[in-house]
Design a protein around this ligand. Structure first.
Ligand code: HAM
Length: 417
């Protein structure tokens, strides 16, 4: 039996990869405008990094990590997300000494052992961005403006931005206790998962998809009504700056994130096009994270975009492979050799050229030129080699012109610029 890929881990094939490249390049372009530099961290990290940052009681750490011992019995984990590795690298390389404000972005595969379904995979790709060093709400709005601009750039409009504030270590514990008290009264109506976690991670219950939990928590206390005054002011400023930048948003006080490091502003870009996997991008503030990982007490904020979900949304608007600018059809060994040399010279000159390698008939070669969507074809046979001239056919309007083979490379390369 042939070997197949691991469940939930997908190949990205020619024909699809062009959409990926477009989405990745657009991120480099847009994020560059906002002053972000790329950072690349290893795929695997010490397991402890994720336990300490994402949180021991989160779904990711409890059940979704790809954790294994290496040959010297060290526990390693394939990164389930990018924020913790970037913070680890930021601290280790003392990036705060280079600049008081660090703006970093990354893209690459992440790994979570989740149940695969449309839009949810075990290896998936994120484009993420992080700003370390700024507490001012202007940066929250700026990060969201950049995310908004990215979606505009890639032509995805059917998304909406939802924002919330989760408070801080001063005000959240009080809210948490109040929520636990509320949940205790409706415990029988909660799903088994929520009955288990309502004490350890009560905010997660608000986010549970089970109908019973949703109905039971309809009147649950709102986090926004329990913010301390500095958190309340910060959230008001975020909304103010979003308004003056004309970034549309909805406040969703029930939005909870699946990672423990968040404080204050959290957000998601959601769509109704992807069924239950409706978050195309998500993020928020993590002001205590750098310090808790052994670094300086610097605030941070960022997001990650799920690339597979974006690709699904691009759907029909896929970007195909670049078509050849020229197909050289050759009949006979000598003509094939001349075609081969011409092709190589044109490629060096920056032209996308194809030819036949399988000894096919002229008819079959023309069929292939059509299939590849070549812009021009050049037909070479014994006669053309003899006269030193050949017909160049424009495939879109079928017009032909006689060209000199000796000067062809220069002629055609110039024609393309
Ligand atoms: P997250 O919400 O866990 O946040 O993931 C961000 C995005 O990654 C999701 O909104 C979704 O689009 C995509 N995603 C997550 N899991 C999967 C999966 N199994 N299959 C396909 N796509 C998935 C984070 O990872 C945070 N590090 C974001 C962040 C950066 N917060 C601050 N800075």
């Amino acid at each position: 039996m042939s070997i197949t890929a691991i469940k939930g881990m997908n190949d990205i094939l020619p024909g699809e990869v062009e959409t990926w490249q477009f989405l990745e390049q657009s991120a480099r372009d847009v994020f560059g405008l906002y002053g972000f530099s790329e950072i690349r961290t290893p795929i695997a990290e010490k397991t402890e990094l994720f336990c300490r940052s994402i949180g021991e009681t989160t779904d990711i750490v409890e059940k979704e990590m790809y954790t294994f011992n290496d040959k010297s019995e060290k526990s390693l984990t394939l990164r389930p997300e990018g924020t913790a590795p970037v913070m680890r690298s930021f601290i280790q390389n003392r990036l705060h000494n280079l600049d008081p404000v660090s703006k970093l972005f990354y893209l690459g595969p992440m790994f979570r052992y989740e149940r695969p379904q449309k839009g949810r995979y075990r290896q998936f790709h994120q484009i993420g961005a992080e700003v370390i060093g700024v507490e001012d709400a202007k940066i929250d709005a700026q990060v969201l403006a950049m995310l908004h601009q990215y979606f505009v750039r890639v032509g995805i409009e059917s998304v909406s931005l939802q924002i919330n504030s989760l408070g801080c270590p001063d005000c959240r514990p009080g809210y948490r206790q109040k929520l636990i008290g509320y949940l205790e009264l409706c415990l029988d109506n909660l799903c088994a998962d929520c009955q288990r976690r309502y004490q350890t991670n009560p905010l997660r219950v608000l986010d549970c998809k089970a109908a019973g939990c949703q109905a039971a928590t309809l009147d649950a206390p709102s986090v926004l009504e329990h913010l301390c005054s500095p958190c309340n002011d910060h959230f008001s400023q975020v909304k103010h700056y979003l308004n003056i930048l004309q970034i549309p948003f909805i406040v969703n006080s029930r939005m909870v994130r699946g990672l423990d490091y968040y404080v204050r502003t959290t957000f998601e870009m959601v769509t109704d096009q992807l069924g239950s996997q409706n978050a195309v991008a998500a993020g928020g503030r993590y002001d205590g994270l750098v310090e808790s990982l052994g670094g300086p007490a610097l605030p941070g904020i960022g997001f990650a975009i799920g690339l597979e979900r974006l690709v699904l949304m691009k759907g029909e608007q896929r970007i195909g492979a670049a078509m050849p600018q020229l197909f050289i059809a050759a009949i006979g060994t000598e003509a094939a050799e001349r075609a081969f040399v011409l092709m190589s010279q044109l490629q060096v000159a920056g032209v996308r050229v194809e030819m036949d390698y399988l000894g096919k008939s002229l008819k079959a070669q023309m069929r292939r030129a059509n299939k590849l969507n070549a812009a021009f074809t050049l037909i070479l046979g014994e006669e053309e080699l003899g006269t030193g001239q050949a017909q160049l056919k424009n495939m879109s309007d079928s017009t032909q012109s006689l060209v000199a083979l000796d000067a062809f490379v220069e002629f055609f390369a110039k024609k393309q610029v």
